[in-house]
Design a protein around this ligand. Structure first.
Ligand code: KIV
Length: 271
């Protein structure tokens, strides 16, 4: 009998090597066991347990309401499914801004209670003390610059960021600072492609883009958006690989009709 094939786990070092050999990194979100299992077995490099769970799983308008306990619940469910992908967990709003000790304790809770591989934090210079403190505990940190949805109340809108020189300059500086601090990768969300390419060329760690063009080291999308489960969100950067809203709705309608018309169950489906 053949021995089962060994699965080689993706680590932060593997991502670094991928950047060096210019192999693009694939990343998708997942928030639960069943979806994470499919995504992992498909060969994705990184799974992000994003705080977008607040939107797609819980129906909130922003990512702000999700709690640390809820993120740990989602991350633990994902971790029970994953064999190969590197799993990164978003630190939710209010758990790392302004107090680096709270940031450290929140990151430790995520790592200890979910068994995840890394955390992600939104922001640059203003959260650097928290980044340093989490890194010093041996926890890998992914940065997130550009459109940072936890700051929606400051921005007031989800439009493209860093189109003006001053904001673009700050983004480049922040990317360098995060890389120098020891972050293993940075998400660049909804910024001009030219700027994302410049950052990706200049910094030594991988950049993962969402709405940041093709000159980055990898791409990330929200799973429910790219599968077409969520139909209310259609920014220019989103490519839909399926239309699961219609497929699932069609299946549920067929089931309802079969139940009503006594076509389900049939003789072979009973005991
Ligand atoms: O929460 C999330 O899904 C994210 C991605 C959009 C990068 O942060």
């Amino acid at each position: 009998m053949k021995a089962p094939k060994e699965v080689t786990k993706v680590t932060t070092h593997v991502l670094q090597e991928m950047k060096l050999r210019q192999e693009k990194i694939s990343m998708l979100t997942a928030y639960d066991y069943s979806m994470a299992r499919i995504v992992d077995r498909s060969g994705i490099d990184v799974i992000l347990v994003g705080d977008s769970a607040a939107n797609v799983m819980a129906g909130h308008k922003t990512t702000l309401p999700i709690t640390l306990n809820e993120m740990i619940y989602h991350a633990s469910s994902v971790m029970r499914a994953v064999q190969r992908a590197l799993v990164v967990v978003d630190m939710p709003f209010g758990t790392y801004q302004g107090n680096s000790l709270e940031a450290l304790l929140s990151a430790i809770r995520i790592m200890k209670e979910s068994n995840a591989n890394a955390v992600k934090i939104e922001g640059g210079q203003e959260i650097m003390e928290s980044v340093d403190r989490i890194l010093s505990a041996g926890i890998p940190v992914m940065g997130h610059l550009g459109l940072t949805p936890q700051s929606i109340n400051k921005f007031g809108t989800y439009v493209v960021r860093a189109t003006q020189e001053e904001e673009a300059q700050k983004l480049v500086e922040d990317a360098h600072k995060l890389a120098e601090a020891g972050c293993f990768a940075i998400v660049l969300e909804k910024i001009p492609a030219v700027l994302a390419e410049k950052v990706s060329r200049e910094i030594p760690i991988p950049t993962i883009g969402i709405g940041a063009g093709s000159g980055v080291d990898g791409q990330v999308l929200v799973l429910h958006d790219m599968l077409g489960i969520n139909q209310d969100f259609s920014p220019r950067f989103l490519r839909r690989y399926n239309n699961l809203y219609n497929e699932i709705k069609g299946s549920v309608e067929s089931y309802i009709s079969d139940v009503k018309n006594q076509k389900f169950p049939n003789k072979d489906e009973q005991y």
